[in-house]
Design a protein around this ligand. Structure first.
Ligand code: S3P
Length: 172
């Protein structure tokens, strides 16, 4: 699918490890827009890490904060926004994204995601007995929702510049 971005925000959605931040940064530079990652912004305003927020307040509170932060970022754009993996799944946040920008789902296969998240351990949702299975469960649950995004780009195991270019050509 193809859709013109115009003066709207470009919002990257998808699971952890799909490359939302890395690709978003490149796309923003190419479009001459500023880039922001919602998790980084949440950590900045709360002065806590995502893991600390989950531990101290739980996921529901985190989602409420995420909704508020994304709402503000979209209002003050246009910019390229990479969202935490659960943002688009949250109905309230998804409505904001639908209203405030063009959404691009970075769709990736389990092994590609796993390869990338496996190396780091800062994701609270993957602190389980079997994190790869947890990731698979999240895929099953969330992919039908991510599929509601305006555009889907397949994030494969190629250079991020290649994927960024595919995002770019599908929005301009
Ligand atoms: C989450 C993904 C994380 C972060 C939090 C919850 C999720 O963001 O927001 O750990 O629900 O998938 P990334 O997708 O940037 O890892």
């Amino acid at each position: 699918a193809k859709a013109a971005l115009g003066k709207r925000n470009l919002v990257l959605v998808g699971l952890m490890g799909a490359g939302k931040s890395a690709i978003g940064r490149i796309v923003a530079q190419q479009l001459g827009l500023s880039f922001v990652d919602t998790d980084t912004e949440i950590e900045r305003v709360s002065r806590m890490t995502i893991s600390e927020l989950f531990a101290a307040y739980g996921e529901d509170e985190f989602r409420a904060l995420e909704t508020r932060v994304i709402k503000r970022l979209l209002r003050t754009g246009p910019r390229v926004v990479s969202t935490g993996g659960g943002a688009f799944v949250n109905e309230k946040t998804r409505k904001q994204i639908e209203r405030g920008g063009l959404s691009v789902w970075l769709n990736a296969d389990l092994d590609v995601l796993w390869e990338r998240v496996n190396k780091r351990d800062h994701r609270p949702l993957l602190k389980t007995e079997n994190p790869k299975q947890t990731l698979k469960d999240l895929m099953d649950k969330r992919y039908p929702i991510y599929a509601l995004a305006d555009i889907t780009v397949h994030s494969r195991d190629v250079r991020k510049e290649v994927i960024a270019n595919e995002v770019l050509t599908s929005v301009i």
